[in-house]
Write a protein that binds this ligand. Structure first.
Ligand code: HH2
Length: 289
């Protein structure tokens, strides 16, 4: 049995509060091989311009990653990951000092280098299982920490993933990882949970997690939803090219917002911000403008 807690939909970063309205997290992949934008932002100048454009479109966080976790991808050496992300974080913050950057890594040394360069959130797709030092790094930094569910590892995770009850198993896993993080010294207020859409999940698993996202929200931590351009959207809509999956992504995000998600990790910031602004206005009975 899990205990139901009051939903929480804000997180503090320095003197800023993110939420309770929808928070757009702009994806910045500094990789040659990401599934939808691989190679586009490998150059630090291009990456920083992309970050600035996403901030102008309404992103509140820029999530910088130096290793693709798409199905079938291979890990990159840790030093190479740092060489990719640190100059980009520095350049973003030189141009936009107020930007909130998160580092998408499961490696403690990369997280440390990114935090040193000015990142203020750690996004760990292994939920602290990838590196035994990561919990201590996040606890010492006192920064928000995203814990994501993944079954298996990127290389093989889409080879016949199976669950008895995907919603219960993902919820129990995330509750356990949040407990582990808190035991290691991470403040509960800094924890964000993520069902890990597409990470060891079939189309049906992704749909069940979206349909029952409220059961993750009930754990009492803000929830991040990351469906942007993913394959299950293409399977439903028939859109092959990942870059053209924005309409399906918007629909998924609005449904996730309705079920209590606060953070939305997206490649296409403006259309998703607009769709979520409408959803928020309906919920609140007025718009922000
Ligand atoms: N999805 C991807 C990468 N990081 N982090 C969180 N917290 N949640 C997600 O759903 C998530 C994530 C995969 O998408 P993308 O970064 O676009 O692709 P790639 O891994 O190929 O770089």
């Amino acid at each position: 049995m899990h205990r139901t807690k009051e939903p929480r939909n804000t997180v503090g970063v320095g003197d800023r509060t993110l939420g309770p309205g929808p928070v757009l997290v702009g994806v910045l992949n500094v990789t040659p091989d990401s599934f939808s934008d691989g190679g586009d932002f490998f150059d630090p100048g291009k990456a920083a311009s992309r970050a600035a454009a996403m901030l102008d479109e309404g992103a509140e966080i820029i999530d910088v990653g130096g290793e693709s976790t798409r199905p079938g991808s291979n890990p990159v050496p840790q030093e190479e990951e740092v060489r990719r992300v640190v100059p980009v974080i520095q350049k973003i913050l030189a141009e936009r000092p107020d930007a909130i950057v998160s580092i998408d890594t499961y490696r403690a040394a990369t997280a440390e280098a990114a935090l040193e360069a000015g990142a203020r959130i750690v996004n760990d797709v292994t939920a602290l299982r990838g590196d035994p030092r990561m919990a201590a790094v996040a606890a010492d930094a006192g920064c928000p920490l995203i814990l994501m569910h993944m079954l298996g590892e990127p290389k093989t995770m889409q080879h016949d993933p199976r669950y008895d009850d995907v919603v219960r198993e993902v919820r129990d896993f995330l509750a356990g990882r949040a407990g582990h993080a808190i035991a290691a010294g991470v403040e509960p207020e800094n924890i964000i949970l993520d069902p890990g859409i597409g990470f060891g999940k079939t189309l049906e698993h992704n749909l069940a997690l979206l349909r029952r996202l409220d059961s993750l929200v009930e754990l009492g931590f803000p929830v991040l939803f990351g469906a942007s351009r993913k394959r299950f959207i293409g399977r439903i809509t028939g859109v092959e090219d990942a870059r053209d999956r924005v309409s399906g992504t918007m629909a998924a995000n609005v449904l996730a917002y309705e079920r209590g998600a606060t953070f939305f990790r997206v490649h296409d910031v403006r259309p998703n911000r607009e769709a979520l602004a409408v959803a928020e206005a309906v919920r609140r009975g007025s718009s922000r403008c």
